[in-house]
Design a protein around this ligand. Structure first.
Ligand SMILES: CC(C)(COP(=O)(O)OP(=O)(O)OC[C@H]1O[C@@H](n2cnc3c(N)ncnc32)[C@H](O)[C@@H]1OP(=O)(O)O)[C@@H](O)C(=O)NCCC(=O)NCCS
Length: 151
């Protein structure tokens, strides 16, 4: 059965490996991910990881931070075999629902300007590009596009 929940401790190793493969020098390490899990009873003003899974099988995850002013999405990932099935939308909607419940006003993300798949995903989900940070990413150098959606 498909479920969205806090990431399971036993999936942190797998998530850290996905981070390295997918995000290279922007990867969250095993230790950072473990630290994020420690206070996961705190949904507000805290980094959190939710996973979407089929029973115990990890399909994808979202790393986010909810505060009063705005909610940040740090990472969103869905494994290749399960892309374009609406799973990232489900993860995003879960965070949006919580962010609204905690009175956050905006949701923001930062994305490499060459990540066309992610950009299409955010535009489809009603985000608007509000700014650009030139040469923000290294190895390879790339601009960061900042997208925002009101809640
Ligand atoms: C971006 C990502 C999370 C999308 O996950 P997903 O589960 O495939 O997304 P969804 O199925 O919910 O897509 C919803 C809509 O977004 C758009 N979209 C998603 N992936 C797309 C793609 N590869 N090309 C074009 N549009 C895309 C489409 O409009 C899609 O609706 P449709 O399938 O009905 O056309 C996934 O491609 C991914 O994990 N990418 C690698 C990690 C990454 O770059 N993350 C973002 C930066 S942190």
């Amino acid at each position: 059965m498909i479920n969205i929940n806090f990431a399971k401790t036993e999936h942190i190793q797998l998530i850290s490996e996905i981070e390295l493969n997918e995000f290279h020098n922007e990867a969250y390490s095993y230790n950072t991910l473990s630290d994020m899990m420690k206070d996961n009873y705190l949904l507000k003003n805290n980094d959190n990881i939710f996973e979407i899974s089929n029973d115990d099988d990890l399909i994808g995850y979202i790393i986010f931070h909810i505060s009063d002013d705005f909610t940040d999405i740090f990472k969103i990932f869905v494994r290749d075999n399960d892309k374009r099935k609406g799973y990232a939308t489900m993860l995003l909607n879960k965070v949006i629902e919580l962010a609204k419940r905690y009175n956050s006003k905006k949701i923001m993300i930062e994305v490499r300007s060459n990540n066309n798949n992610a950009i299409s995903f955010y535009i489809k989900n009603n985000f608007n590009q509000i700014s650009i940070r030139k040469n923000y990413y290294k190895d390879p150098i790339d601009d960061a596009l900042i997208f925002e959606r009101s809640l």
